[in-house]
Design a protein around this ligand. Sequence first.
Ligand SMILES: NC(=O)c1ccc[n+]([C@@H]2O[C@H](COP(=O)([O-])OP(=O)(O)OC[C@H]3O[C@@H](n4cnc5c(N)ncnc54)[C@H](OP(=O)(O)O)[C@@H]3O)[C@@H](O)[C@H]2O)c1
Length: 274
Amino acid sequence: MITSLSDKVVLNNGIEMPGFGLGVYKVDEGDTVIRAVRTAVEVGYRSIDTASFYNNERGVGQGVRESGIPREEIFITSKVWNDEQGYESTLRAFEQSIEKLGLDYLDLYLVHWPVSGKYIETYLALEKLYKEGRVRAIGVSNFHVHHLESLLKDCSVKPVINQVEYHPHLTQKELKNYCERENIQLESWSPLKRGKLLTEPTLIEVGQKYGKSPAQVILRWNIQHNVITIPKSTSAERIKENATIFDFVLSDEDMKKIDSLNINDRSGSNPDDF
Ligand SMILES: NC(=O)c1ccc[n+]([C@@H]2O[C@H](COP(=O)([O-])OP(=O)(O)OC[C@H]3O[C@@H](n4cnc5c(N)ncnc54)[C@H](OP(=O)(O)O)[C@@H]3O)[C@@H](O)[C@H]2O)c1
């Protein structure tokens, strides 16, 4: 389990990735995303999660450069979008992402969704980029167990990460166990269920016990489950709040209480019918 904001998890290819980061989905390109990235880095975040689909890769790159922290100390993830999938088109999409970010390598490149009939060849393009040293690690997002099983039959480089929707209303136990067995790190998107979990009475009650907000309780619960988490915020106050989770420990009883909130409810699409 990570013990600080900059603490890292060792991925299955030996690369280290911060266990906590900033997500920037729905953060406007330009000043807004530049400011969010700079604020996060000032607070101590060392990982930023973007995607070509978010249309803010230029600002993410700009924010990282303006932060004054050396590039190699910041872990940058991007993803190949659904309409870019296929072998050659993925290679082209990667060049566009890297050009927009203004980087010469990515730390992590993910297949954003398992597009039927395309995700294997898309992943094979990621393997080429990995073998050429253009990316330090490759992985997937929104993969169910059956997608991973079919990918593992055909790939030569195991994905390091599966980034999926994961929060107290969607604990994905079977998928989590499978990823643990296969040494594929689980990463949580929409950890706060896009804000919808913040009025959940149990989370408020648990938070009061520790003097923490529901958001902090959820993010701490992620960390204690060894799940990498990337909450999104554009507010400096909430960027700080979300990261202030390394000064308390949820008891086993409270962890179980939060686990029991699961109702298998998604805020986004099910990867089988998106
Ligand atoms: N791979 C995928 O398919 C996929 C899909 C979705 C998301 N993601 C990634 O995961 C990241 C996080 O997910 P998300 O952006 O969907 O949702 P989220 O992080 O669960 O929630 C973000 C929402 O919560 C608010 N918020 C953040 N911190 C708060 C706090 N402490 N108190 C109250 N409200 C707070 C934010 O508003 P303010 O900005 O106003 O604070 C925003 O409206 C994304 O940004 C993206 O990088 C990946």
